[in-house]
Design a protein. Structure first.
Length: 254
């Protein structure tokens, strides 16, 4: 699965990577996106989508945790933070979004955990070049039946882990390479893109166990650590994102 990511750069940096033409965004202001060093579901992230009329790529703030149009309330979003590549085209919660509402999630890395005895030690996984990259996602519109407000949400697609990530977990998010981004957003049949990314192009390193709590969200979490007694004593279990709110509220949480 994929339940924690780093997205700490801004819209200008990610927009440059995605070749977004800001002159075609209807004169909107740049999205006011807070940095996520230890981003969890239920928070807002910069998401790249294809405009349905112009085909131009836009960058918008959307909440992580998919709400299908038929959802009765928002609780189901916690169960739909990921979609499996093997069933995404046919599963009721995802098939419409897979056909019409694919998106890219720009990130600087994602986290996974290695079990060592009774401990779960976090690792940050990214590109060997250190550059940001994009994950395959789907987005949806959902109308809150109580308030009438429209809420946009997304999910991240996962696939079998490559040789690198397999040391930690049997699943990983689908990485969409630069040459395949337009096809993922606009192509008729992008199913074959849902495959493990080449392990030789990626790297990973151990990071602080402070990552285990989504309450912690600061630049030091990205740094490599060597585990010692002091580090291990900081906490060895991994909190679910909805077990505790981060210090910073999501932009559209009100």
């Amino acid at each position: 699965m994929c339940g924690r990511v780093a997205q700490h750069q801004g819209p200008v940096e990610y927009g440059s990577m995605l070749k977004i033409d800001w002159t075609k965004t209807l004169s909107r202001d740049l999205p006011n996106a807070p940095p996520h060093y230890n981003g969890a579901p239920g928070q807002d992230y910069l998401i790249a989508r294809s405009h349905p009329e112009t085909g131009d790529t836009t960058l918008d703030l959307i909440r992580w945790g998919l709400l299908p149009s038929w959802a009765k309330d928002q609780k189901i979003a916690w169960k739909l933070i990921n979609a499996r590549a093997e069933t995404v085209a046919t599963a009721p919660a995802f098939k419409k979004a897979f056909a019409k509402r694919r998106c890219l999630v720009p990130v600087d890395g994602f986290y996974e955990w290695k079990k060592v005895g009774k401990e779960k030690r976090p690792y940050l996984i990214g590109m060997a070049t250190g550059e940001p990259f994009t994950l395959a996602g789907l987005w949806e519109n959902w109308k809150d039946p109580a308030s009438g407000e429209w809420v946009r949400t997304f999910t991240i697609i996962t696939t079998d882990a490559n040789e690198l990530v397999r040391e930690l977990h049997d699943r990983m998010p689908v990485v969409i390479g630069a040459d395949d981004r337009d096809r993922w957003l606009n192509g008729d049949d992008p199913q074959e893109l849902l495959r493990p990314y080449p392990a030789e192009l990626m790297t990973m390193w151990p990071v602080s166990m402070r990552v285990n709590s989504p309450r912690n969200d600061d630049p030091s979490l990205l740094e490599r650590v060597e585990y010692d007694g002091a580090e291990r004593s900081s906490g060895s279990s991994v909190e679910r994102a909805n077990d505790g709110a981060p210090d910073r509220k999501p932009a559209n949480s009100d």
